[in-house]
Design a protein around this ligand. Structure first.
Ligand SMILES: C[S@@+](CC[C@H](N)C(=O)[O-])C[C@H]1O[C@@H](n2cnc3c(N)ncnc32)[C@H](O)[C@@H]1O
Length: 243
């Protein structure tokens, strides 16, 4: 029940992503949550890097949904040292398709998670997310069109010194099939030149073009709203908070 496909990645997660999408999202997300008072559902909260941004941007209740035990453990450690945020964050230990909030929320936030959903699962995802939102509620996620990757050898992705050790991440694209890309990640800890720990993870992500996502969202009753490059905001019909 607790088998966690992401366990190899967890110790490396904050090191890598503080260097990746997180600083940009810290800057772009807060204005997109302006006026949200009555609840946010975060899909795939990970270690809580974005949960902190949501908590600083919106004063109400937050549901932080995260299926990975390892990721969730870091998230809860973050909450444990921040009593004010802990009081209003409920951690949901399930996948997005099983999301069920107690009170419908004004915003759903999904940062660097959508690529986990194959095309066949996305219609159910949009339906579940729409069900969690109040009328006029917004769905906020990050997305950009990418060049199709090519298969090849193992390439370094990041290297971070932690005390006397170096944490290294490398990636190898194994297969590309339409929008789906299967990648092998290698997580190593080195003490000087000696590898003292090495783990691997193989994962398949899905990268549909933005235009395809837009059609799916429109079919599910969402309307596009202006957002900065790299971010997407879609609303359900109804009165919009803060409008
Ligand atoms: C790249 S991390 C992003 C974490 C966090 N949103 C951030 O930006 O730091 C992707 C997260 O999506 C979660 N995830 C994967 N499949 C999911 C699903 N079906 N439902 C909800 N979350 C999922 C993973 O467990 C992981 O924590």
């Amino acid at each position: 029940m607790n088998a966690d496909p992401l366990s190899a990645a967890v110790p490396f997660y904050d090191l890598l992503h503080e260097d990746g999408h997180v600083p940009l999202v810290r800057r772009l997300l807060p204005p997109l949550l302006a006026g949200v008072r009555h609840g946010v559902l975060e899909i795939g909260a990970g270690t809580g890097l974005i949960t902190e941004v949501i908590a600083r941007s919106a004063p109400g209740e937050i549901y932080a949904l995260e299926p990975s035990l390892g990721m969730r453990s870091v998230l809860l450690s973050r909450l444990a040292v921040d009593p004010e945020t802990r009081r209003r964050v409920t951690v949901l230990p399930c996948g997005a398709l099983d999301a069920e909030v107690d009170d419908p929320v004004e915003a759903v936030v999904m940062i660097s998670v959508l690529q986990s959903f194959p095309a066949a699962e996305r219609p159910a995802l949009w339906r579940v997310l729409a069900r969690q939102l109040r009328p006029g509620g917004r769905l906020v996620f990050n997305w950009r069109d990418r060049a199709t990757p090519v298969t090849g050898g193992l390439e370094p992705v990041g290297s971070y010194d932690v005390g006397r050790h170096t944490y290294e991440i490398a990636a190898q694209v194994l297969e590309v099939a339409g929008e789906s890309v299967t990648t092998r990640f290698v997580y190593r800890v080195r003490r000087r030149e000696v590898v003292i720990s090495e783990d691997e993870m193989v994962t398949t992500n899905h990268w549909p073009p933005t235009a395809a996502l837009a059609s799916e969202l429109k079919e599910n009753g969402f309307t596009w709203s202006q957002a900065p490059e790299g971010m997407q905001v879609w609303h359900l019909p109804g009165p919009r908070p803060g409008a």
